[in-house]
Design a protein around this ligand. Structure first.
Ligand SMILES: Cc1cc2nc3c(=O)[nH]c(=O)nc-3n(C[C@H](O)[C@H](O)[C@H](O)COP(=O)(O)OP(=O)(O)OC[C@H]3O[C@@H](n4cnc5c(N)ncnc54)[C@H](O)[C@@H]3O)c2cc1C
Ligand SMILES: *[C@@H]1O[C@H](CO)[C@@H](O)[C@H](O)[C@H]1NC(C)=O
Ligand SMILES: *[C@@H]1O[C@H](CO)[C@@H](O)[C@H](O)[C@H]1NC(C)=O
Ligand SMILES: *[C@@H]1O[C@H](CO)[C@@H](O)[C@H](O)[C@H]1NC(C)=O
Ligand SMILES: *[C@@H]1O[C@H](CO)[C@@H](O)[C@H](O)[C@H]1NC(C)=O
Ligand SMILES: *[C@@H]1O[C@H](CO)[C@@H](O)[C@H](O)[C@H]1NC(C)=O
Length: 514
């Protein structure tokens, strides 16, 4: 008995389409008339409703709007939440208060899809509250540096590291961002192979070297690399500068002008889905995807709700965390991908600053409200920091502040009480497989595992952010539309010649404006 009959709880039209199955799996030769009737729209499944999956649905809907491409899209999400690693919580679980980001918090103006989406969906952007704080760099035993203002324009930094280090690092990052911005022009490459994308951008140097080797070999002083840039890689990716590749290290220090959506970044992803008109199945875990000989529906997606046939599947979650069983010809192409297991502790406190004593400061000396860390002390035989970062995120009310802690190990309540002078008023602890471990590499999983089966998160070990997942999904949707529907998000590139001279400052965003 085919498991297809189990789908009774799903849409009745898809049930109707499933019933005439007579074709055994992997039948070697298949006459067209043996295929199940291709009645109704071709269907595409998207697994995962985070940044990647929701934007994939949105990109497909753009082709539908523009060219009438006829596709029915089903989005599967195992939780009840839209947004994946982008999620908020209410302090004190009180939903009359402003929600706070627990996962992905910030994006920058160079992140053109998110920026544009926030505008188009009338969402309000607000400055990231940490921006104006005093920043301190803690090595586990001493505060090496404290400064306020932007990252780069501070005299203290120049005093400690010289003029050239920040300037050289800055220009390396600008160069990277300039290349990156071509991804939003009509000249953007389309890629099945991420190594080849890196080659075409001249980025092999960035992905094949650690941030430490790359920046020091380009003349950035060692102190600057191992203190300031490492502080950024540790807060953004939970990894040290001598283990993370230079591309992600460069992304970590490109955080100027960080913004977030008032009320939660996840709203962008919710709006992507609503605008896409896709069918969304929340609380529906995909367990298995099987393949059979069929022109119109070669892929069967098995979930709590049964089994449904699709023309194509977009996997939009880190494969090894999905628990999905794939044909081994597909799964064998995706190497094990460790992720950083991150502990996020969100709390409120009536203590206006951290315990000075812990940081060897005098009782009257306030601890900086944003503490970043370096591993450099530990490399020299001193104590390693007990946390990756601790930051005050503004006031909740007259007498309470919101604080966020990132750490590799769970934070004990006793430790919290000593850090906040016994005045913690609420705690919320969460754990994430937050980002891939990103050692230098020149190989990545394929973007297309097989004809009609695409893997958005192949991009994550290259760049891992909300925005880059929407860029990776745009590329995947273009490949899919091209392969299976002789179309693309922007149709034939008839208008390409008039758009050739797009500068990075231009408002033009590929996929939105075509
Ligand atoms: C604490 C933290 C801070 C971060 N800070 C930032 C930041 O400031 N800026 C930034 O840009 N990025 C940040 N990131 C990274 C960012 O969150 C990710 O790069 C991005 O959200 C990944 O999106 P995604 O859609 O690829 O994956 P996910 O968001 O992980 O979405 C995958 C979805 O698939 C679902 N799923 C998994 N398995 C199945 C299954 N079998 N069936 C159905 N559904 C399934 C999951 O439930 C999930 O909803 C941060 C991440 C964390 C954890
Ligand atoms: C939620 O917060 C509001 C505003 O501070 C407050 O008036 C209300 O009493 C709180 N509700 C609960 C259940 O604590
Ligand atoms: C956003 O607001 C503008 C102006 O008020 C309106 O025209 C537009 O329809 C709104 N867009 C959405 C997606 O709500
Ligand atoms: C999007 O659609 C879902 C499901 O229909 C709905 O619950 C949600 O409120 C919608 N969001 C917006 C912003 O319209
Ligand atoms: C710590 O709390 C005590 C009382 O609970 C208070 O007297 C003291 O001033 C606080 N110290 C700091 C640094 O906030
Ligand atoms: C991607 O391209 C590189 C360089 O051309 C090649 O070595 C590698 O095998 C390709 N990877 C995949 C998955 O095809």
């Amino acid at each position: 008995m085919r498991s297809a009959v189990l789908i009774a709880s799903l849409v009745s039209t898809s049930l109707a389409l499933q019933l005439p199955f007579k074709v055994p799996f992997f039948q070697s030769s298949l006459a067209p008339e043996d295929d199940e009737p291709a009645a109704g729209s071709p269907k595409v499944a998207i697994v995962g409703a985070g940044a990647a999956g929701t934007s994939a649905a949105f990109w497909i809907s753009k082709a539908q709007e523009r060219f009438g491409v006829n596709i029915e899209v089903d989005v599967y999400e195992k939780t009840s939440h839209i947004g994946g690693r982008t999620i908020t919580v209410y302090p004190h679980e009180n939903n009359t208060l402003d929600p706070v980001e627990l996962g992905a918090s910030i994006f920058i103006k160079a992140n053109k899809n998110l920026w544009r989406a926030a505008q188009e969906f009338n969402l309000t952007l607000q400055d990231f509250k940490g921006e104006q704080s005093e920043i301190g760099i803690w090595d586990g035993e001493q505060l090496l540096l404290r400064f306020t203002g932007g990252w780069w324009d501070t005299l203290k930094i120049i005093w400690r590291y010289g003029v050239m280090a920040p300037r050289r690092a800055d220009s390396l990052v600008s160069e990277m961002l300039k290349k990156y911005s071509t991804l939003y022009t009509s000249d953007s490459p389309k890629w099945e192979n991420i190594t080849e994308l890196a080659q075409s951008f001249g980025w092999m140097d960035l992905i094949e070297n650690t941030g430490a080797d790359f920046f020091t070999s380009h003349g950035v002083s060692k102190e600057y690399v191992f203190e300031l840039i490492e502080a950024a890689t540790r807060v953004n990716y939970g990894q040290n500068i001598d283990s993370i590749h230079a591309l992600e290290a460069a992304c970590s220090i490109a955080a100027n002008g960080a913004s977030q959506v008032a009320g939660g970044n996840w709203q962008i992803f919710d709006r992507f889905l609503n605008h896409s008109r896709a069918n969304v199945y929340t609380d529906t875990k995909v367990t298995r995807v099987t393949q059979k000989q069929s022109k119109s529906r070669p892929w069967t997606v098995h979930s709590d709700k049964g089994a449904i046939g699709y023309k194509a599947v977009i996997l939009a979650a880190p494969f090894h965390q999905t628990g999905i069983e794939l044909p081994s010809a597909l799964s064998s192409q995706i190497p094990e991908q460790p992720y950083v297991h991150l502990h996020v502790t969100l709390l409120t406190t009536t203590s206006p600053s951290l315990n000075s004593e812990y940081f060897s400061l005098s009782a009257t000396d306030n601890v900086p409200s944003m503490l970043l860390t370096t591993y450099q002390g530990a490399r020299q035989g001193r104590k390693a920091p007990e946390f990756n970062s601790i930051s005050y995120h503004g006031k909740l009310n007259e007498d309470e502040w919101i604080v966020k802690i990132f750490s590799e190990t769970p934070v004990e309540d006793k430790w919290l009480q000593s850090m906040f002078n016994g005045s913690v008023t609420w705690v919320h602890k969460a754990e994430f497989d937050a980002y891939p471990r990103l050692p230098p590499t020149s190989t990545f999983p394929p973007v297309k595992l097989e004809s009609g089966f695409y893997y958005v998160n192949a991009f994550e070990p290259f760049m891992s952010t909300m925005e880059t997942e929407t860029v990776a999904s745009r590329n995947v949707v273009d490949l899919l539309l091209n392969d299976e529907f002789q179309s693309s998000i922007c149709g034939q590139r008839i208008s390409a010649s008039t758009k050739d001279a797009v500068s990075p400052e231009d408002d033009f965003v590929l996929g939105w404006d075509c």
